[in-house]
Design a protein around this ligand. Structure first.
Ligand SMILES: [Zn+2]
Length: 171
């Protein structure tokens, strides 16, 4: 009988290769956030630094980055801060890397998509400058829910009041 559950170390490599379509240069970014944010799977708002490390060489210099080891965002249109949701982890790992497609550098070839941004998240205090928790949306939803429940409460109280009037013979 063949054992089909045997894991093939080549299989993972193949899948990864398939995802590697030609694209612009990949960027690396390292941020620090409190461990509790990782435990909660928080959504972050991250501002772009002026310079980002080249993922391909890790700062050593390669053809993709013109030997500088980094990319400057200053010549580019201003990038709005991006949002990223951390995967929730019971015990925060020493670091986790999140791949964000299309947030890397644009390709110099027109039909190629931009590279990826590899965001390395480490637990620690204080959070990196430019990194904050996204709380606005949550509080807006919470407020809407509160409003909805207070409307129902008002209807309920009115009905109760009418019922009491009826019981006491006023209506
Ligand atoms: Zn490089």
């Amino acid at each position: 009988m063949e054992d089909e559950s045997t894991s093939d170390p080549q299989a993972l490599g193949k899948v990864t290769e398939d995802l590697d379509v030609p694209r612009g240069p990949d960027l690396s970014m390292e941020i620090t956030v409190p461990a509790s944010w990782i435990a909660e799977g928080a959504t972050l708002v991250v501002a772009w630094p002026r310079r980002l490390l080249c993922r391909a060489c890790g700062g050593g210099g390669c053809d993709a980055c013109g030997r500088s080891g980094a990319f400057s965002l200053q010549g580019e249109p201003v990038r709005e801060p991006f949002e990223v949701s951390l995967p929730r982890r019971e015990a925060p790992p020493s670091s986790l890397t999140i791949r964000l497609p299309s947030l890397g550098m644009p390709s110099d070839k027109e039909d190629h998509p931009p590279g990826h941004l590899f965001l390395e998240v480490r637990p620690g205090q204080p959070p990196s400058a430019g990194v904050a928790r996204a709380t606005r949306n949550e509080s807006r939803v919470l407020r809407r829910d509160l409003m909805r429940s207070s409307v129902w409460m008002a209807i309920f109280v009115s009905l109760l009041f009418l019922g009491m009037l009826r019981l006491s013979g006023w209506l």
